[in-house]
Design a protein around this ligand. Structure first.
Ligand code: ADP
Length: 639
């Protein structure tokens, strides 16, 4: 093998198409540096010869140094890559990515004598130009891109804010819808539909959904024609009316007998255009049933023969039936809203507050007989039944008053009373003569030798007296009822009257003991005969209703301008339920103990009336089985 000489090598190096620089083993530059390599530096070859390669072409400590050292030490080629500046012409340089290949050259012995450094450029000028052009285009494109990007960013910003608004609107829409649904769901007995312009269901909600054959998942978004064509045909004209902007309601009755009220409400936008329709269906079956019931009740109230009136606690009339019109002469429209006092005669005005007080206490007022005034001023005899009207919670909200016209009944009673009065009157005349004869016979035969006659006359005298009392009682009742019971007052000593009665009773009654106490110096202004009959009746009852041998105590007590007379017995007493009624006309306590005792239940009734007409009061305190004490009070004569 023929080795080329240094000269030849120089030419090879000089003409090589890539950059070559030859170094000695000490990595110093020998004179062989070709023009391609010289593009890395501005220095001439002469200046470079003999200089360390690293000083001239590479920086120590870089990849170059490492590659170069390895190539020297190991005798193997190593590459270093770096970007570097190439001088393209005098004025301009160009940065390229270059590879430096450090390739060791060995002699025959294999010793590294030279290092050939190859400069392998990655860019040619053409490529660079293309690249530059492309780069320019890219830059332009980039600029455009940047502009577009800016626009896009702006648009994006807008979009983001619009999106936020949209999200907010969406959320508020969702909230509204949820609210709407929950309202719809919570209206008891309802079905709410929202339809769009083409009648398609937008919302179907409400607790009647299933009952009405609706299921939200199936129906929303669908057209009624596809899900319930028959029903749609039947209600289509109503949908059309609503979508034409008309708001209306219809009532429907289902095959099962339920009642529905259906409201059709057009939902309009700001321009007044109907965009959706709201259909609210309400189950009004219970309301309808209640209406029917109250209509029936109203019919009953209206057809009643009794006047049925309701009023509030301010005594203002709130309802008035047909019979009330007939009975009192006022039309409903002229009396509703007026006071009930219009119907009450002037002398009975205090009745109303008394009745109200009783009702407030929860009592009922049944068959209270009184008089009421008609529009034309006539007095009617009426029987009143008054009861509180309560709301479903049990609060008293008013009063109902049933007034029965008892004028006929009263007339009938009057006729009966007149008859009794007449009979009693007729009986009195023969009885008076009989009484006189019996008394005479009694006194003549008092000392007869025949004890039977004495006893018989005593009995006859007692019985005649009893009969006289009874006849007088009936006579007085009929007088009282006819308003003819006259009270003729005159002042007298009460003790005198009481002593007279007790003495007389002692004469005829030997079965009981009598005690009169505390009645001295009491002057009353009263009707002697009438008060006598009251005391006689009380003492007579004490005898009748207490066993033989018992004491009857008559006692007087003066208290704040009145005298209270009491008649106390130790008899059977009166049960609480009877106490309030024993002063009623013809009322008698019916028990096994009283059945054999004769009487008509008029004594206490008359006594009470007499005392009341004297401005006094009468009452009883009693314990069943222990005895009773009857009291009456009379105003004292002012000294
Ligand atoms: P009567 O003629 O029935 O005695 P009254 O009007 O005098 O009529 O009395 C009414 C009723 O009151 C009596 O039937 C009786 O049941 C009851 N009563 C009256 N006085 C007494 C009394 N002292 N003790 C018990 N019950 C009495």
């Amino acid at each position: 093998m023929q080795l080329i000489n240094e000269d030849d090598l120089y030419h090879v190096v000089f003409n090589a198409p890539v950059g070559i620089c030859i170094l000695n083993a000490a990595t110093r530059i020998v004179e062989m540096v070709n023009p391609h390599f010289l593009k890395l530096t501005a220095k001439p070859v002469e200046e470079l010869a003999g200089k360390p390669y690293l000083e001239s072409f590479a920086k120590p400590g870089t990849e170059d140094e490492e590659a170069l050292n390895k190539a020297v030490q190991e005798g193997l080629p190593y590459t270093a890559r770096r970007t570097t500046l190439l001088r393209v012409d005098d004025n301009r340089g160009e940065t390229v990515l270059a590879s430096f290949l450090y390739s060791p050259v060995r002699n025959k012995e294999g010793k590294v004598t030279r290092i050939a450094v190859w400069l392998l450029e990655n860019t040619t000028e053409a490529m660079n130009a293309e690249l530059a052009a492309a780069n320019e285009e890219l830059a332009a494109a980039n600029e455009e891109f940047a502009a577009v990007n800016e626009e896009l960013a702006a648009a994006n910003e807008e979009l983001v804010s619009t999106n936020d608004e949209l999200a907010e609107t969406q959320a508020s829409l969702q909230r509204s819808e949820r609210l709407f649904r929950s309202i719809a769901l919570n209206i008891p007995g309802s079905l709410i539909l929202v339809i769009d312009q083409s009648h398609r269901y937008v919302i179907v909600e409400g607790d009647l959904m299933e009952k009405m054959g609706f299921d939200r998942r199936d129906y929303e978004g669908k057209h009624p024609a596809e899900v319930a064509p028959e029903r749609y045909e039947a209600s289509r004209h109503l949908y059309d009316r609503m979508m034409a902007g008309e708001k209306f309601s219809v009532e429907r009755r289902s095959e099962t007998g339920d009642f529905y009220l259906v409201h059709f409400v057009p939902l309009k936008n700001d321009e007044g255009e109907t965009i959706q329709g709201l259909i609210i269906l309400l189950d009004i079956t219970t309301i309808k049933q209640a209406e029917e019931k109250s209509a029936k009740l109203a019919a009953i109230v209206d057809s009643s023969d009794d006047a049925i009136i309701s009023k509030n606690f301010d005594s203002v009339i709130t309802s008035w039936n047909a019979s009330a019109e007939r009975m009192f002469g006022y039309k409903a429209e002229e009396i509703i809203g007026q006071t009930i006092y219009k119907l009450i005669p002037p002398d009975r005005q205090e009745e109303e507050p008394n009745i109200l007080a009783r009702l407030r206490r929860g009592e009922q007022v049944n068959h209270f007989e009184t008089k009421r005034l008609t529009k034309d001023g006539r007095l009617l005899d009426v029987s009143l039944t008054i009861s509180p009207v309560k709301d479903p919670q049990g609060n008293i909200i008013g009063l109902s008053k049933i007034a029965r016209d008892i004028t006929e009944k009263k007339l009938e009673e009057q006729r009966k009373n007149d008859f009794i009065g007449m009979v009693s009157h007729e009986l009195k005349t023969p009885l008076t003569s009989l009484s006189a004869i019996v008394q005479m016979a009694h006194s003549k035969l008092r000392h007869s030798e025949d004890p039977f006659l004495t006893k018989a006359m005593e009995n006859a005298n007692r019985q005649v007296k009893r009969m006289t009392r009874m006849i007088n009682g009936f006579l007085n009742v009929s007088r009282l009822e006819a308003g003819k019971l006259l009270i003729e007052k005159q002042p007298f000593d009460l003790e005198e009257l009481l002593q007279e009665i007790v003495a007389e009773t002692r004469l005829t009654i030997s079965t009981h003991n009598f005690n009169l106490e505390g009645c001295k110096d009491i002057i009353v202004n009263a009707d002697w005969d009438k008060i006598s009959s009251v005391v006689s009746n009380l003492i007579g009852n004490a005898i009748k209703y207490s066993p033989k041998g018992k004491l009857i105590d008559i006692y007087c007590k003066v208290e704040s301008g009145s005298v209270i007379v009491s008649v106390k017995d130790e008899g059977m007493g009166i049960k609480p339920q009877d106490i309030s009624r024993i002063f009623d006309r013809y009322y008698r306590v019916e028990t096994d103990n009283t059945r054999h005792i004769s009487g008509f239940g008029v004594g206490l009734y008359l006594s009470a009336e007499i005392i009341r007409r004297h401005g006094g009061e009468i009452w009883v305190e009693s314990e069943s089985g222990k005895g009773s004490t009857f009291y009456f009070s009379l105003p004292l004569v002012q000294q």
